[in-house]
Design a protein around this ligand. Structure first.
Ligand SMILES: Cc1cc2nc3c(=O)[nH]c(=O)nc-3n(C[C@H](O)[C@H](O)[C@H](O)COP(=O)(O)O)c2cc1C
Length: 213
């Protein structure tokens, strides 16, 4: 197939985001947009990009699944010995971006990060399918491994260990919560004159500002 990357573009016409219709707090707007993404987006509306930073100031970015949100923050789960967790434990700040192409919307969230409590991690871990629970024990996430055979062998060992009991949550697996200081809502508009409303937490109050696209 012949294509020209330079000519690939879309004119966004679906919707607008104006101050008169935007709530005062970003959580209800996120809830509204997330609900609409669940209805409209065909694949994984809870997929987002999570950026972390290491000691050299090098950013690292990868896709994760959001597993909960409320006024406390935005929760995801991972291996606490992974590269991202090492970065988060040493530098507890992160940025998260959702891109919902069918809605022509982006949401960016930035703030501090903390580990969720054991109870919250346990509760989510035990809601996962058995294969995922065994996988959490099997995969030394982010480490170099010799090949798929190593994973297969580790999985066989884990399956044998938990043949007669429910696998407990590994101590090295659990959640983080991003506590937002900033949430920006982006709605695509025609001719690249998009809407951007940024909510910033200042002295415990959310301030709303419009940014140029
Ligand atoms: C759609 C999608 C969802 C993912 N969800 C998660 C997740 O919820 N938790 C996780 O640890 N990794 C998830 N991953 C894998 C991560 O992108 C990444 O490869 C892994 O966490 C290791 O990252 P790190 O080496 O930077 O720690 C997902 C990948 C994709 C493509």
């Amino acid at each position: 197939m012949k294509y020209s990357i330079a000519d690939m573009r879309r004119n966004y016409t679906r919707d607008g985001l104006v101050e008169s219709q935007a709530p005062d707090d970003p959580y209800s707007l996120f809830g509204l947009w997330f609900g609409q993404a669940v209805e409209v987006e065909s694949t994984e509306p809870n997929a987002m990009m999570l950026a972390t930073v290491d000691g050299n100031g090098q950013p690292h970015l990868r896709t994760l699944l959001l597993k909960g949100f409320d006024e406390q923050g935005f929760v995801f789960f991972t291996n606490y010995q992974s590269a991202k967790s090492e970065q988060l434990l040493a530098h507890p700040v992160a940025a998260m971006t959702f891109w919902w192409p069918d809605l022509e919307r982006q949401v960016r969230i930035e703030g501090r990060v903390e580990q969720v409590g054991d109870e919250e991690s346990d509760q989510y871990f035990h809601s996962r399918p058995l294969g995922s629970r065994l996988g959490a024990w099997t995969s030394p996430q982010s480490q170099v491994i010799s090949g798929r055979e190593e994973l297969a062998q580790r999985l066989a060992e884990v399956e044998a260990r938990y043949a007669d009991e429910d696998p407990p949550r590994p101590p090295h697996w659990g959640g983080f919560r991003l506590l937002p200081q900033m949430i920006e809502f982006w709605q695509g508009r025609p001719s690249r004159l998009h809407d951007r409303l940024r909510y910033r937490l200042e002295n415990g109050q959310w301030l709303r500002e419009r940014l140029a696209p």
